[in-house]
Design a protein around this ligand. Structure first.
Ligand code: FAD
Length: 463
């Protein structure tokens, strides 16, 4: 009998080896389960929270997400993408809102290259709906992983509905339990892996821009809106009901910070002063400010990601990153695709070792690029030289498509280009852009495209 048992230890039985257990049925765990099931594996998913099909979304917790090519590619492979339908809102670029209320639209890529705003809750619901239809997937909601006995290769999971501890075999157990992963902390506490959690000095708070009369959008619905203000910024992504979810990123402490703006009056004054046009569209901003917690942002690093062939971290539990490239979940979905491709006939230990070694190079690269992007979003996007370089990079892509693809586009629109390649080529391209726009070059018409061709051919091999 291989179903979950009450807490007494037992030796894993032969059939256990055929069941892959996943802790956490967030985006990573649910998608991973679907991909592995598609290969004929039996999967058990243990999730601490209630079934998302039966509850409404948490407010104040990253309500919508940017979905890009890497995530789309994985969702298509799992047969999920087409079921998202109207939950996907295409965003063609950034709409920058200046302090004087002027705006500037910056396309993300070439015509037709878009990213999508998608509801986190709806995406999770669809993943679980599809998983529930697969005969080889078993779902256990309100089941929280609490401890692992490495060596005995068992995990203790609490059935929260009955407050009962059950013991399940690991070998393998895939821990997709998010940035605060209990499995990672346990592996690290026992010195089986090294792990770190580096908090950003900035946090975030979610606010909302309700739909207009009749459910209309009160800002352009095909853009990601940014109010860059140097050391802080507000962004807003559209939702399919006509509303926008706005997120304020601000230092946690200091003269202008969540700590210094703790009362309703100072928060209201701050929002009205720095985001006047947005404030007019946010009638509930002060109540939301008081009701919503300040969210933490940070980078998680772990090495290795596994303990023998018993358990492995995957998704945010292995490599959570700051959200400024809109890639955290996209990267997790790419993890799932790559893990699925590597889960062959070898031992689990060999699979875990090879997957972690190859994948970490790429997840480290996107974590670093995500940090870089914070200063780009809150500061550089408003700078005219930066805007010229963005326009030039898209022009160079049109002229030299096999050699020059903007770094942002490599990350967001090209799942076939590894993150590490995007980071390395991006650094070379940044130098080329800087050389081509130095001095009195103020417009695309001032750029020496003959020189551009020489620099590109000599420094960037074809992709
Ligand atoms: P999680 O989403 O954290 O899911 C983990 C799951 O495990 C949860 O369901 C949780 O309940 C469950 N769990 C936790 N502990 C246990 C336990 N002990 N036992 C059982 N279950 C457990 N990414 C993007 O790609 N695009 C974006 O635009 C984007 N925006 C973001 C904005 C913000 C403000 C933040 C904070 C993140 C953003 N991200 C974005 C990142 C994205 O949210 C994460 O990368 C993604 O949610 C990670 O998925 P996951 O399944 O690995 O972890």
């Amino acid at each position: 009998m291989c179903s979950p048992q009450s807490t007494s230890w037992r030796r894993p039985c032969a059939r256990d080896a055929l069941v892959i257990r996943i802790v956490g049925a967030g985006p990573t765990g649910a998608l991973l389960g679907l991909l592995l099931e598609r290969r004929g594996k039996k999967v058990e998913l243990y999730e601490a929270r209630a079934d998302p099909r039966e509850v409404s979304a948490d407010s104040g917790r990253s309500i919508n997400l940017a979905l890009a090519d890497r995530g789309i590619h994985a969702l298509k492979a799992a047969g999920v993408f087409d079921r998202l339908g109207s939950a996907l809102l295409p965003m063609r670029g950034r709409l920058i809102h200046y302090e004087n209320c002027d705006t500037n639209f910056q396309p993300y890529g070439q015509a037709g290259e878009v990213i999508y705003s998608v509801s986190r809750h709806r995406l999770n619901q669809v993943l679980i709906e599809v998983a529930a239809q697969r005969s080889r997937v078993r779902l256990f909601f309100q089941h929280r992983f609490e401890a692992a006995d490495f060596g005995a290769a068992t995990a203790s999971i609490r059935d929260l509905r009955q407050d009962r501890l059950i013991s399940v075999p690991m070998q393998p157990l895939l821990a997709a339990d998010g940035a605060g992963s209990a499995m990672r902390r346990e592996m690290a506490a026992r010195k089986l892996i090294q792990a770190s959690e580096t908090d950003l000095e900035h946090g975030y708070k979610e606010l909302s821009i309700p739909a207009g009369p009749g459910g209309g959008f009160r800002l352009a619905k095909d853009a990601l809106h940014i109010w860059p203000r140097g050391n802080f910024m507000l962004i807003a992504l559209p939702n399919d009901d006509g509303s926008f979810t706005a997120t304020l990123f601000l230092p946690k402490h200091g003269p202008v910070s969540f700590a210094s703006l703790s009362d309703a009056g100072s928060a209201d004054e701050f929002l009205s002063r720095h985001f006047a046009d947005a404030r007019e569209l946010m009638p509930n901003a002060v109540a939301e400010w008081q009701a919503h917690p300040v969210g933490f942002l940070g980078t998680v690093s772990a090495n290795p990601w596994h303990v023998r062939g018993e358990a492995m971290l995957i998704g945010d539990s292995a490599h959570a990153m700051v959200p400024f490239h809109g890639q955290g979940m996209n990267c997790c979905f790419e993890d799932c695709m790559e893990f699925d491709g590597s889960a062959t006939q070898q031992s689990w230990q060999a699979v875990f070792t090879q997957f972690g070694a190859a994948r970490k190079l790429n997840t480290d690269a996107i974590a670093a690029m995500a940090l870089d992007n914070y200063s780009e979003m809150r500061e550089s996007v408003a700078d005219t030289k930066f805007q010229l370089q963005r326009a030039l990079s898209l022009e160079l892509e049109r002229r030299f498509p096999r050699r020059f693809i903007p770094r942002y586009s490599m990350v967001m629109f090209h799942h076939e280009i590894p993150y590490l390649t995007a980071q390395q080529r991006g650094a070379v391209q940044a130098e080329i852009l800087s050389e081509l726009t130095a001095g009195a070059v103020n417009a695309l018409s001032d750029v020496d495209f003959g020189r551009a061709e020489g620099l590109i051919i000599s420094r960037l091999p074809p992709l």
